[in-house]
Ligand binder design. Structure first.
Ligand code: PEP
Ligand code: MN
Length: 366
């Protein structure tokens, strides 16, 4: 029996684009072998999910609750993959978890929000991962601090992880209503700005905290260009041993993904053609800009040859301030943001100085 239609893939090969988001789904926790298998079979039937998720060790706010089935659940997940062909991922919170996960041959792992928050834990996990380039997702820390989130990602990069993605699951806030965790989308936007190539997946289940709110959070995540979704799905959510209120039934999950897909198709079909002319016009302007940059660089080259020949300095502070002031004034006259033009010219000037330095160095050698 191989119910899952996709071949096993590496992280990098899983599509993660707004056109084809990566969908991860499965229960909050692996509760029994039958539960793991029943959910997988239904997920395979709907065909929406590429990766199965399940918690094996569950971080609980207070002791005494269901804290996961532990290692035995890993065996259930391996059997599930064997039977259905569906890859799976689990949460790790310690070196021991990473070792057990790697020994079991998991397809991917994620670091949970309560772990990302502590650089000591993340460092231990990173060290345990070192040498196994396993795909890792890093959930945002429960505190609204993009530095901690990025820091955890950097710790993984430092030990040689090349397949990293972030998961946005919302932030603890005493005013998070109606959600369980405040989405604070702006923090993900900031992460995107700081790490533009990093895929960011949204976990609408832990943001929403309630079944009825999951779909709208998931749709917003898609609207703001997130690369995928991690959704908690359970065959009998009301009786789930953890996060019962937020897990979706298969039918709700199916309809949610269907509606997200329909919405994406509507945009591709109806909105994309409306903006085709503007895109073409922008391409023309961009092309002209690059040609102008080429022209500008040729002048910079002439200038540097003359300066180098006659021993003038590379950088004249007054001249640079003059350029900034003139272009800033022109920007204001034309109704553009002065800061935008300043940032543009800072880049232009940086490469100009770099070029001049190279000319000086080659003159000196020659
Ligand atoms: C989970 O995904 O089940 C989980 C515990 O998530 P988080 O770390 O985001 O709370
Ligand atoms: Mn959960």
């Amino acid at each position: 029996m191989n119910l899952h239609s996709q071949q096993q893939k590496t992280w990098a090969e899983w599509t993660m684009t707004p056109e084809q988001p990566l969908i991860i789904a499965g229960p909050c926790s692996a509760e029994s072998e039958d539960q793991v298998m029943a959910i997988a079979i239904d997920l395979c039937k709907s065909g929406h999910a590429s990766i199965y998720r399940a918690g094996v060790w569950k971080p609980r706010t207070r002791p005494g609750g269901f804290d996961g089935m532990g290692k035995i659940a890993l065996e259930w997940l391996v059997n599930m993959r064997e039977a259905t062909g569906m890859p799976f991922m689990i949460e790790v919170a310690s070196k021991e978890h990473v070792e057990a996960a790697i020994n079991a041959g998991v397809d991917a792992i994620w670091i949970g929000a309560r772990t990302t928050v502590n650089p000591f834990y993340v460092q231990d996990i990173a060290q345990a991962i070192q040498g196994h380039d396993i795909p890792v997702m890093v959930k945002n820390p429960i505190h609204a601090d993009v530095g901690l989130w990025l820091g955890a990602i950097e710790r993984l990069e430092k030990v040689g992880c090349t397949q990293i993605a972030a998961v946005h699951r919302g932030f603890f806030d005493s005013h998070s209503a109606p959600y369980r965790n405040d989405p604070k989308w702006e923090i993900s936007f900031e992460l995107r700005r700081l790490a533009p190539d990093l895929p960011i997946i949204c976990d609408p289940s832990h943001i929403a905290g309630k079944r009825s709110l999951v779909s709208q959070v998931a749709q917003t995540a898609m609207d703001v260009g997130m690369d995928g979704l991690m959704v908690e799905v359970h065959s009998d959510p009301d009786h789930a041993l953890s996060d019962a209120a937020q897990q979706l039934t298969h039918s709700t999950f199916h309809h949610m993904i269907q509606s997200i897909t329909d919405e994406r198709h509507r945009i591709q079909r109806d909105v994309e053609p409306m903006i085709g002319d503007q895109r073409k016009a922008l391409d023309k302007v961009d092309e002209a800009m690059v040609k102008l940059m080429r022209e500008r660089m040729a002048i910079v080259d002439e200038l540097s040859q003359i300066k180098a020949e006659h021993g003038a300095g590379i950088f004249q502070m007054d001249r640079w301030f003059d350029i900034l002031a003139k272009r800033g004034d022109q920007a204001v006259q034309l109704g553009l943001d002065k800061a935008y033009i300043k940032a543009l010219f800072q880049t232009v000037h940086k490469y100009s100085v770099e070029h001049q330095t190279k000319v000086y160095q080659s003159k000196r050698k020659g």
